[in-house]
Design a protein around this ligand. Structure first.
Ligand code: 5GP
Length: 189
C-alpha cells in the first residue's frame, strides 16, 4: 500500500537496526484517515470470506481493527493483557512472547464473546516472529472459531512470522513488507 509506505519513509525511524518506530501515526499518535484507508485495503482483500468478527490484541492492534471493523460492519474483539474486575473468570487464555519487551505475557478473551460460529479476521500492527498472531490463532482454535484471514499493517519480511504462518496455510495480507533495514533506511520487499 503506497500511502502506508510513504508514511513509513517520511515518519518512521529505525531503532537498533531491527525495530521500526511508528509512534507518530500508528503506535502512539494515530492517523485516522490512514487507518480507514488501511481498513479499506483489508476489506478489498477479505470481503468474500464471510467474516463476522475481527480479533486483535491490545493495545496497538485496536485502532486498526476498529477501522477495519467499521468497514466490514462487524464487531471487534481484542485479547486483553491485564486481568481486571470487568474481565470474566471464564476466559480462553494463551501465552505470547513479546518481541519488543522480550518477556512472556498472558492474553485472555471472555468465552462468551467468541465461539464456533465465528469467522475471524485477525488484525495486528506488526508481524515479526509471529508470536502475537499465533497466540490469537490459539484462542480462536480453543473457541472452535475459524481464522479466515490475517491482516497486518507492517510485516518485517526478514523475520520468520510471515513465512511460518503462510506455510501453516493462513492467508496473510500485509500492507507493507519490509525486506531489510539498510544504512538506517527501510527497504521494502
Ligand atoms: P511478533 O509477535 O510477530 O514477534 O511481533 C509482533 C508484535 O511485536 C506486534 O504486536 C508489535 O507490537 C511488536 N513489534 C514487532 N516488531 C516491531 C517493530 O519493528 N516496531 C514496533 N513498533 N513494534 C513491533
Amino acid at each position: 500500500m503506497e500511502e502506508l509506505k510513504k508514511y513509513i519513509i517520511e515518519k518512521g525511524t529505525i531503532i537498533n537496526n531491527n525495530i521500526l518506530k511508528v509512534d507518530s501515526f500508528i503506535n502512539h499518535m494515530i492517523d485516522p484517515l490512514l487507518f480507514m484507508h488501511m481498513g479499506e485495503e483489508y476489506y478489498k482483500y477479505f470481503k468474500d470470506r464471510g467474516i463476522n468478527k475481527i480479533l486483535t490484541i491490545e493495545v496497538s492492534g485496536i485502532g486498526l481493527a476498529v477501522a477495519a471493523g467499521y468497514i466490514f460492519n462487524v464487531p471487534v474483539l481484542f485479547a486483553k493483557k491485564t486481568i481486571s474486575k470487568t474481565l470474566s473468570d471464564d476466559c480462553y487464555e494463551t501465552k505470547v512472547h513479546s518481541f519488543t519487551k522480550k518477556t512472556d505475557y498472558t492474553v485472555r478473551v471472555d468465552k462468551r464473546l467468541i465461539d464456533e460460529n465465528d469467522n475471524l479476521l485477525i488484525i495486528d500492527d506488526f508481524l515479526a516472529n509471529g508470536e502475537a498472531i499465533k497466540g490469537l490463532i490459539d484462542i480462536a482454535n480453543q473457541a472452535g472459531a475459524e481464522v479466515k484471514g490475517i491482516g497486518i499493517a507492517i510485516e518485517k519480511g526478514f523475520q520468520k512470522g510471515g513465512k511460518n504462518l503462510r506455510e501453516m496455510g493462513y492467508d496473510v495480507k500485509s500492507l507493507a513488507i519490509i525486506q531489510e533495514f539498510k544504512d538506517d533506511q527501510v527497504v521494502f520487499g
